[in-house]
Ligand binder design. Structure first.
Ligand SMILES: [Zn+2]
Ligand SMILES: [Zn+2]
Length: 211
C-alpha cells in the first residue's frame, strides 16, 4: 500500500490517499477547502490512474471534513466514520464560523459506521479499525497489519498527541488508548498522522514526551 499526503486548509491537515497495485484507493479525511485544493486531489488521482472506492474518516473535526462533500459527490462515495463523532456533522458550519471560515453546507452524514475490530477493504488491502477516543469521542485509527502502516488521525503525532481540550476530549483516556493499542505495535510500524510528518511507533516510543 502506498500513501500520498496532501496538506490542505488553514489547519495544515493531512489528506491521505491510500492505494495499491490494483489502482483502487481510499481517500482519508478529505480536507480541501478551495477549488485549487479540490483540483490538486483530483490531479493526483488522475495522474496515478486511481479509482476511489472508499471515503474514510479518522474523525469528524472540521479540518478533516471540509472536502468530504466534494469527494462524496465527485466519486459517488459515502463517508465511513465512528458513530460517536456523528453529532459533529450538524455543528460543522458553526464551528467553521468560530474560526472565521464560511462554508456553504455541513458535510454529508456518514452512512457506514465503523467500530473497533472492523476491517475495511479496498483492492488487495485490509485496514483494521481501532477506536481510540480522547481527542474526539469517535476517533479511530486504521492499521494495515500486513504492511505495518498506521493511519493515526489526530490521536498520535510525531512528538505529540492530539489535543484533548475540545468537546469530548479526555487526555487520560487518549494516553491510555495510545499505550494499550498503539504502543503495543512493532517499532517498525510507520505512522501517518492527521497533521505533520510521518513517524514510526519506535520513534514515538523512544522520544514522545507524552508517552
Ligand atoms: Zn481533530
Ligand atoms: Zn486535525
Amino acid at each position: 500500500m502506498k500513501v500520498k499526503i496532501l496538506v490542505f486548509n488553514p489547519f495544515s491537515e493531512n489528506t491521505l490517499i491510500l492505494y495499491d497495485e490494483t489502482g483502487e484507493c481510499a481517500i482519508v479525511d478529505p480536507g480541501m477547502i478551495s477549488e485549487e485544493e479540490n483540483e490538486s486531489l483530483d490531479a493526483f488521482i488522475v495522474s496515478e490512474g486511481l479509482k476511489p472506492v472508499k471515503l474514510l474518516q479518522t474523525h469528524l473535526h472540521l479540518d478533516h471534513v471540509f472536502g468530504t462533500g466534494y469527494v462524496a459527490e465527485k466519486y459517488g462515495l459515502a463517508a465511513e466514520a465512528h458513530k460517536d463523532d456523528l453529532p459533529l456533522i450538524e455543528l460543522h458550519k458553526d464551528y467553521a464560523l468560530n474560526f472565521g471560515i464560511q462554508v456553504n453546507s455541513n458535510p454529508p452524514m456518514p452512512e457506514t459506521l465503523l467500530e473497533e475490530g472492523d476491517v475495511v477493504e479496498f483492492g488487495n488491502t485490509k485496514l483494521k479499525v481501532m477506536h481510540i477516543p480522547g481527542h474526539s469521542l469517535g476517533g479511530i485509527v486504521f492499521l494495515n497489519e500486513e504492511e505495518m502502516i498506521l493511519i493515526s488521525g489526530d490521536v498520535l503525532f510525531q512528538g505529540s498527541v492530539g489535543r484533548s481540550d475540545l468537546p469530548g476530549g479526555n487526555h487520560g483516556q487518549l494516553i491510555s488508548g495510545i499505550k494499550k493499542k498503539l504502543m503495543t505495535l512493532d517499532d517498525e510500524v510507520v505512522v501517518y498522522p492527521g497533521h505533520g510528518p510521518a513517524t514510526t511507533i519506535g520513534e514515538e516510543r523512544r522520544s514522545n514526551p507524552y508517552l
